[in-house]
Design a protein. Structure first.
Ligand code: PLP
Length: 410
């Protein structure tokens, strides 16, 4: 069986984790701090904080910005449930918008969805292709006259909604670490960018996530970093590392914070991953995607994914193939036929309005026709470092045979 996306674990990874274990420091410590510095340098921002998942990291952002009941957050209908779930966690309302043919959020649909309740916009970089973040930032600016900041909000002595004066743009870059917009790495475009280092992602720490801060002046990134550290550790004034200083036992709690720090065991994996990311991981992932492209581009039955255009370069996270004429039922049948040929594939993603919870909240698939049109014929193919060219060819053969079987031979 060819798996879908096993992590790359080799002797170097095992050795790095062993060293972290034997160092005696297994929670947040020097390795996490080093990982954060290296992530910030990679993204070209002042500060990155590493936490235990995208989900918890981005939920902290919504809480920091004071988003809650009565507020709206704009989210694409085509995304993983986490993007909308965190909006539910804080008691706000996800407002869904449709996507373009490249699976990313339609900026004009965002413009139409903005109201005086909109507090945040969350573009999603599906499959590693960045959403149109600079355009969405411009729209957030242009719609600032509609923005109605909460008056009573105070976070660390100031009101972040008043300071920003418009909706916050928080990019869901769970798939797109290492992707680029223009000549800059993802992380340096949105106000705040959230990465995921979950086991299936391009760069992993087993579980993990990070926030890249890129807010305009007068926001102070050092201050933000420090505040998010406190938020991620119960609102406690000192972390475990600071408390190891002789005699420095006393601490205070400024507010009831959360608990979602990254450990040095996770960071030790991340440091190895980051070290070989550009010149090894991305090179291999891109070669795999290009081999798939060669197999499918000339065959009119398929629509191949976009990995680059004049502005954007993907991180080659997913190979999101579409079978042009397939209905949802035919796509499902094709996947069954592929599985019978010992190949694992996936669908990214089931649109939010098709999930029981969101359907129950009244969201309707018919409001987002392009999301459904892409989802219903989509099949994600295996992409991972250890996948060989021969296995790529096996996947192609299994897929083409399955499509012949379900749709009729070409
Ligand atoms: C994986 C993923 C997340 C969640 O990341 P975690 O680190 O598992 O919390 C969020 N958004 C998208 C689009 C994802 O694929």
């Amino acid at each position: 069986m060819i798996p879908f996306s096993p992590p790359r674990i080799d002797d170097r990874t095992v050795k790095a984790v062993e060293e972290a274990l034997r160092s005696g420091w297994i929670t947040t410590g020097p390795r996490t701090k080093e990982f954060e510095r290296r992530l910030a340098a990679y993204c070209g921002v002042d500060r990155v904080i590493a936490l235990n998942s995208w989900t918890n990291a981005c939920e902290l952002v919504l809480r920091w910005f004071g988003i809650g009941p009565g507020d709206e957050v704009i989210v694409p209908a085509y995304t993983y449930c986490a993007t909308a779930n965190i909006v539910m966690h804080v008691g706000a309302k996800p407002v869904l918008v449709d996507v373009l043919d490249d699976f990313t959020m339609d900026p004009e649909a965002v413009r139409r969805a903005i109201t005086h309740r909109t507090k945040c916009i969350m573009p999603v970089d599906i499959g590693g292709l960045p959403a149109r973040v600079p355009e969405i930032m411009r729209i957030a600016e242009e719609c600032s006259p509609l923005f109605t900041p909460a008056v009573n909000l105070r976070v660390a002595g100031s009101n972040p909604q008043m300071r920003l004066g418009r909706a916050l743009v928080m990019s869901d870059a769970a798939h797109s670490f290492g992707a680029r917009i223009g000549d800059k790495a993802v992380g340096a475009q949105a106000d705040i960018t959230g990465f995921s280092f979950h086991a299936v992602k391009n760069l992993t720490t087993a579980e993990g996530g990070a926030l890249a801060f890129n807010l305009p002046a007068p926001f102070d990134h050092e201050e933000l970093y420090s505040y998010f550290n406190t938020m991620s550790l119960h609102g406690q004034s000192k972390d475990a590392l600071a408390k190891t200083q002789p005699g420095a036992w006393r601490y205070d709690v400024a507010f009831p914070g959360w608990k979602c720090n990254m450990t040095d065991l996770q960071a030790s994996i991340g440091l190895v991953e980051l070290d070989r990311y550009d010149n090894d991981t991305l090179v291999r992932r891109r070669a795999i995607c290009e081999r798939y492209d060669k197999a499918f581009a000339a065959d009119g039955r398929f629509i191949i994914p976009t990995f680059r255009d004049e502005k954007r370069t993907s991180s080659y996270h997913l190979y999101m193939l579409r079978v042009r004429e397939a209905s949802e039922a035919q796509r499902d049948a094709i996947i069954t036929a592929i599985a019978q040929r010992e190949v694992s594939v996936n669908v990214h993603f089931i649109p939010l309005p098709l999930l029981s919870f969101y359907k129950g909240q009244g969201y309707q698939m018919s409001d987002h026709p392009n999301t459904f049109a892409q989802y219903s014929r989509e099949i994600s193919l295996p992409v991972y470092y250890d996948l060989t060219d021969a296995q790529v060819d096996e996947v192609v053969a299994a897929l083409k045979a399955a499509v012949d079987e379900v749709m009729g031979a070409a």
